[in-house]
Design a protein around this ligand. Structure first.
Ligand SMILES: [Zn+2]
Length: 430
């Protein structure tokens, strides 16, 4: 009997099952069965003998990439304002632009450009900040759903230290969050099979009063929702948090004391550069993900996250573009940026912390960050079928390379134009 929901993609397959274990299988079949990967096979097993085969012979076949942290409303000004440091960049560029999303028509236009670009990019799953505006956030979620992308999307909460045009009162912030979640339920974003889902998003400690954090913690506990925010990105920011929250044991505790730091709720924190050892231990114990955003950390002069240390301590880690602190949503570039900054960290900061290897960084961008979204980022059996077919021949060369070298070249030289097919949870979206 023909299996209508099954098909295979044929090509040169590579995927990382662990940080030190890259699998490469030339001219093989990645089989999709009802949206899940049924495995990788040199020859199709009998039970799949009559399924459709999408022939991508000669192309590199990789899992989709997970972008663990980015800001959709910052897409339009990407690549500008790069002379500024974090706090002045937020005040002079970010907040005024994000305020424009009060206008749903503007949101429709700007988010349309963002979603179209994301659909063509290597990313299949993303954890996305929207703005404080409920209606514009729903516009973004509906667009992502139509595009076929998988995403967590957050209506941002902020009730202090931002301009009057872009600040909520505590009461408004809580009320609008509840209205947004109600609308998410009605639209099906809370259904078990929805791959676009809401995530609670206190912007960062300087933007949220204790009262707001407490209320968000209650919502997270009641509705069992995931959480995303920023943590220890920049030296001035970390100092500011100390002044704002003298009662907290540290930056991590400013979230943790309100139940916004893992264990019960899946949590991802962007940056994690200036953490104390006890805070790193807490992340590890609570299963809090670190979203390493090397390009943004360079652009905004933030610093270099101690990735080797985080990994040694068992913190779950993934990579992120942090658009538009990062100027590009190309996750191939995030892989090589992470390697490059880890070499500088080793050279300039601590020679006991080995740089990330290519396989490690590729793993972080696929299965490492993918695990925030479930079984995502690998071709092991039972993983969601997120797949890219890549024409690495677009990077011209007179040499012949093994699959692993072709993958490395693709990360250093590739861009969205290399991607010839893209699947998310078994659905072809490109
Ligand atoms: Zn960010």
């Amino acid at each position: 009997m023909r299996k209508n929901n099954s098909f295979a993609v044929l090509g040169d397959i590579c995927y990382a099952v662990a940080a030190d274990d890259l699998k490469t299988v030339p001219h093989a079949y990645a089989v999709c069965e009802n949206g899940l990967c049924a495995g990788v096979f040199k020859a199709l097993p009998d039970r799949f003998s009559d399924i459709e085969v999408i022939d991508m012979s000669g192309r590199l076949i990789t899992p989709g990439f997970a972008d663990l942290h980015l800001h959709a409303p910052q897409y339009s000004y990407r690549g500008t304002g790069m002379d500024l440091e974090l706090l002045e960049w937020l005040d002079s560029i970010t907040f005024p632009e994000e305020a424009r999303y009060a206008d749903p028509e503007y949101a429709q236009k700007a988010y349309g450009l963002f979603v179209d670009d994301l659909r063509r990019s290597p990313t299949t799953r993303a954890s996305v900040f929207a703005t404080v505006h409920t209606d514009a956030t729903l516009v973004l979620m509906n667009m992502l759903k139509s595009s076929g992308m998988g995403a967590y999307v957050g209506k941002v909460n902020m009730d202090r230290n931002s301009p009057d045009v872009y600040r909520e009162t505590t009461e408004e912030s809580v009320k609008e969050t509840c209205r947004w979640l109600k609308a998410c339920e009605t639209a099906g974003f809370l259904a078990d099979d929805s791959i676009v889902r809401p995530i609670i998003t206190p912007r960062f400690v300087p933007s949220c009063t204790d009262e707001l954090m407490r209320e968000l913690g209650k919502i997270v506990e009641k509705d069992k929702l995931p959480v995303q925010s920023h943590l220890s990105e920049n030296i001035s920011e970390v100092e500011w948090v100390k002044q704002l929250e003298p009662e907290a044991k540290g930056y991590a505790d400013a979230y943790d004391r309100y139940g916004l730091f893992g264990t019960e709720s899946q949590t991802v924190m962007a940056h994690c550069i200036y953490l104390r050892d006890d805070e790193i231990d807490l992340m590890s114990q609570r299963g809090v993900f670190a979203a390493h955003s090397p390009q943004s950390n360079m652009n905004l002069r933030s610093g270099i996250a101690p990735m080797r240390k985080l990994l040694e301590k068992g913190v779950k880690c993934g990579l992120a573009s942090d658009l538009a602190g990062g100027s590009s949503i190309n996750m191939f570039k995030a892989v090589t940026d992470a390697i490059q900054v880890s070499k500088l960290y080793w050279r300039l900061t601590d020679e006991t912390k080995a740089p990330l290897s290519f396989t490690e960084s590729f793993y972080l961008a696929t299965k490492g960050g993918g695990s925030f979204f479930g079984n995502v980022g690998s071709f092991e059996e039972g993983y969601e079928f997120d797949l890219l077919a890549i024409d690495d021949g677009m990077a011209k060369t007179s040499l012949e390379f093994e699959i692993e070298q072709r993958l490395e070249r693709t990360m250093y030289l590739g861009h969205a134009g290399f991607i010839k097919a893209k699947f998310v949870a078994g659905r072809r979206i490109l």
